[in-house]
Design a protein around this ligand. Structure first.
Ligand code: ADP
Ligand code: MG
Length: 229
């Protein structure tokens, strides 16, 4: 589809654990437009994180196809896929995944190093992103000197600094109190309004319902795909 940033076609993912086959995804198909804001909902164990890992190409499906920006990822080498992922997708996780021996600015600069961008430009762009998330007065702080909400803002700045086409967030408010979670969510809405697709995984129905489109998973299948006017 023209304008689609992500497309999953009949994606299955089976994990083999000893003698046991766990069917985490049992045939997932959907398309996300380049300017959409989507929440992925479902109970614990329904396949949300596995689905996110497929969308973000952190793992490959057992069966089915994943297209990113129109490219079929099945045809790509791991190396080419890593390049496409770095250029296209920004990730945000529940536990922030910051490097605790680096300061805030250095954490946000890091993804640009993998793109071979000169250091002065890395510093400038990282500082710009941190300004947008309201943390320009915390550049030299270490992550352990920040609140949970501030840590998540650093993680969001890090996800945005590469100017991705899509942000994938897996339970980004899961470790935050509800008020802080709401302000983090507002930030995702701002990001979306500025033209980046956003997919947020959550088990919080209230948060999920704020999104213009919600995909509900159950036992590795999509049980509903709701668009709100
Ligand atoms: N790496 C893995 N190895 C084995 N089983 C896994 C793995 N990852 C997920 N699963 C299983 O797949 C199912 C879906 O997991 P997950 O996608 O993490 O669900 P959710 O994020 O909705 O809680 C669960 O039954 C889980 O135990
Ligand atoms: Mg999960």
């Amino acid at each position: 589809m023209a304008g689609s940033i992500v497309c999953l076609k009949d994606v299955h993912k089976t994990f083999v654990v000893g003698e046991l086959a766990v069917h985490a995804l049992r045939g997932i198909s959907f398309e996300a437009g380049a300017s959409e804001f989507i929440s992925i909902l479902g109970p614990s164990g329904s396949g949300k994180s596995t689905c996110m890992n497929m969308i973000g190409c952190l793992d490959r499906p057992t069966e089915g196809d994943v297209f990113i920006a129109g490219e079929n990822t099945a045809m790509m080498s791991d190396k080419d896929l890593a390049v496409l992922r770095n250029e296209t997708v920004g990730f945000v996780f529940q536990q922030y995944h910051l490097l605790y021996n680096l300061n805030v600015l250095e954490n946000v600069m890091l993804p640009l190093r993998y793109q071979g961008i000169p250091i002065e430009q890395r510093k400038r762009r990282a500082a710009e992103e941190l300004d947008k998330v309201g943390l320009s007065d915390r550049l030299k702080h270490r992550p352990n000197e920040l609140s949970g909400g501030q840590k998540q803002r650093v993680a969001i700045a890090r996800a945005l600094v590469t100017r991705p086409k899509i942000i994938l967030a897996d339970e980004p408010t899961g470790a935050l109190d509800s008020e802080t979670g709401k302000s983090v969510l507002d930030l995702f809405f701002d990001i979306n309004r500025q033209g980046t697709a956003v997919i947020v995984v959550t088990h919080d129905l209230d948060i999920g319902a704020m999104a213009p489109r919600s995909i509900n998973l159950k036992d590795g299948l999509i049980v509903s795909d709701i668009k709100r006017p």
